[in-house]
Design a protein around this ligand. Structure first.
Ligand SMILES: O=P(O)(O)OC[C@H]1O[C@H](O[C@H]2O[C@H](CO)[C@@H](O)[C@H](O)[C@H]2O)[C@H](O)[C@@H](O)[C@@H]1O
Length: 567
């Protein structure tokens, strides 16, 4: 890739993901709001954040916490007003920060006016905005596709005698992108926000919008056999995205990230290579499915560390070769906290949080920090099903019990897998409800908030927060973070992930011990010969009190992680 292809500002940026419902409540109604986010912008600026990704704040019945949009161009009163939104844009821009908003157009809420019209009669002009099918000849479901939240992907409408498609909850009806009026309406909606000064979009499950128009049954030959192979990266998806680029993203010079569900490397290269004129970058989830036995999210197994490292290697190398760009992340609002999932959130919580950050931020791509990650928030401990709020978790708990699992077993699966793990309120200080709200929080606050909170983190120069701050600043200082060619260096070591990023006679080297053991790690001779001939090493950042030089053999304490620059 030539130098100029790396010149876009967002390649040097770090994005902070805000789950508004759990960020900061200023009204006392127990739900975070836009004014709460404005109140905390100085905090995000201190962290060094360039872009804030604000998750859906549109009018919505909130069955899926805003991913069920009922009106794309108005703000849900729980989150505030359009004036608050405009103030947010101004306040971000005043700080030279950017705003990225969530666009959810694979589906709408069934409370959206388009759907209300669509379901009203077979002849309504909006009927074709959604995917309606007759029952199968035997009177059953149109096909055997499954909803990602459990159960069949079809809902029956008695009045018209047809089914509509819902790949997520039954209140989230899939839009029919074959209808040109749908893409027209979506582009108009995106132009509305672009004209308001929004700088970018995060496009929810955007690679699911084009369905195989034959709507065939899934024969189960490719796991998980739920129909996804017929609508994931579907036949016309690139055509649809290119049209968005030409009309909206390109003219408004937006930064865009596509959330790509169950995607492939080949497609992500196409989605994010500049010459394709689609998105700036893509999220994929493969590295986070390394604890799903046979791709089954609702079964447990210890995570496969080697698989995780191989997936990072495959995507780093593949995207680099194909000129694509990765969105880098370990955490988001759909994932349990990586700290609890892949490392030790108790004895080595601080070391672990810093290790995950260093390992991720040294990779090629744009890093995303999910709220609370920068202070080392772990999964909470769940005591009862009554504490959960997430629609997927509640559906799956019911299904797991129906399948014969005991309530205790079902709860233990939710403890590891529930999306609510990452959605508990942000912990600002040690006052009541962690300073999140003066009212009753919509989801419980983790009990450890008096130890783990922003106030404490800011006061301690060695905190996780300050580690993130340094990493974010380093990315701006050294071009090697952006351009360096990825090479894995640990040769299948069972505890260590080690890699280099090389270029222009320099090397960035990251070595992380993902275990609670004190270990010795030795670079293989050929790797060491290359590294040691590259120049003099300087430790850029580490997570212990030691400041080791880079040597062929390294003693690594539990969860130790270091990043060196050689030049
Ligand atoms: O696990 P994948 O098949 O790779 O899918 C990725 C994620 O897709 C879904 O997330 C997004 O869409 C949902 C519906 O709008 C919404 O509920 C969620 O919050 C969005 O981020 C899926 O729900 C996630 O579990 C997957 O991780």
């Amino acid at each position: 890739m030539s130098q100029s292809q790396y010149s876009e500002w967002w390649r040097r940026s770090t994005v902070y993901q805000v789950y508004p419902k759990s960020f900061k409540d200023t009204t006392g109604n127990g739900t975070g709001d836009i004014k709460g986010l404005i109140e905390k912008l100085d905090y995000l600026q201190k962290l060094g954040i360039d872009i804030v990704w604000l998750q859906p704040v549109y009018v919505s019945p909130q069955h899926d916490n805003g991913y069920d949009v009922a009106d794309y161009e108005n703000i849900n009163p729980d989150f505030g007003t359009m004036e608050d939104f405009d103030e947010l844009v101004q306040e971000l821009h005043r700080r030279e920060m950017k705003l990225m908003i969530d666009i959810v157009v694979n589906h709408t809420s069934t409370e959206h006016e388009w759907f209300k019209q669509s379901i009203s009669s077979r002849n309504n002009p909006y009927r074709d905005y959604y995917i309606w099918k007759d029952p199968a000849p035997d009177g059953g479901l149109p096909n055997n596709w499954q909803s990602k939240f459990g159960g069949p992907a079809w809902q029956f409408d008695e009045a018209s005698g047809q089914y509509y498609l819902t790949l997520f909850d039954k209140t989230q009806a899939d839009l029919n992108w074959e209808n040109e009026k749908v893409s027209r309406a979506v582009n108009d909606m995106m132009l509305f926000w672009a004209k308001k000064g929004v700088d970018g979009f995060r496009m929810d499950v955007i690679n699911l919008i084009s369905k195989d128009q034959r709507f065939p049954n899934d024969d189960g030959s490719v796991p998980p056999g739920d129909g996804r192979k017929f609508y994931t990266d579907g036949p016309r998806v690139h055509e649809y995205i290119k049209a968005m680029y030409e009309e909206v993203f390109g003219p408004y010079e937006m930064v865009t990230v596509g959330e790509m569900s169950s995607t492939t490397l080949e497609h992500c290269i196409r989605y994010s290579s500049p010459k394709e004129r689609e998105f700036s970058m893509t999220f994929n989830f493969h590295h986070l499915k390394v604890d799903y036995p046979n791709g089954q999210k609702w079964e447990l197994m210890p995570y496969d560390f080697e698989a995780m490292k191989s997936l990072f290697t495959e995507w780093q190398t593949g995207m680099q070769k194909g000129q694509g760009w990765n969105a880098l992340f370990f955490n988001n609002h759909d994932q349990p906290r990586a700290l609890s999932r892949f490392t030790d959130d108790k004895v080595y919580r601080v070391e672990s949080a810093k290790l995950l950050a260093t390992t991720l931020h040294g990779l090629q791509g744009t890093p995303y920090v999910y709220q609370g990650e920068e202070i080392g928030m772990p999964n909470p401990v769940w005591k009862s099903i009554d504490e959960f709020r997430d629609i997927e978790s509640l559906n799956m708990y019911r299904i797991l019990c129906e399948q014969g699992k005991s309530p205790e077993t079902a709860l233990s699966i939710l403890q590891e897998r529930s999306r609510d793990n990452s959605r508990t309120p942000m912990q600002w200080d040690d006052s009541r409800n962690a300073g999140f709200t003066t009212g009753t929080p919509w989801l419980k606050v983790d009990e450890r908030y008096s130890d783990i909170n922003v106030q404490k983190e800011l006061a301690n120069p060695d905190s996780i927060f300050h580690h993130y701050r340094k990493l974010i600043a380093l990315r701006k200082d050294y071009g090697i973070f952006i351009e360096g060619v990825f090479k894995r260096l640990d040769d299948g070591h069972p505890e260590v992930f080690a890699y280099a990023r090389t270029g222009d006679g320099e090397a960035l080297v990251v070595v992380s011990n993902f275990s609670s053991k004190e270990i010795t790690f030795r670079f293989e001779d050929s790797h060491w010969a290359e590294l040691s001939s590259s120049g003099k090493d300087e430790l850029l950042i580490g997570n212990t009190t030691e400041t080791p030089a880079l040597t062929q053999e390294l003693q690594l304490s539990p969860y130790a992680s270091y990043m060196w620059l050689i030049r």
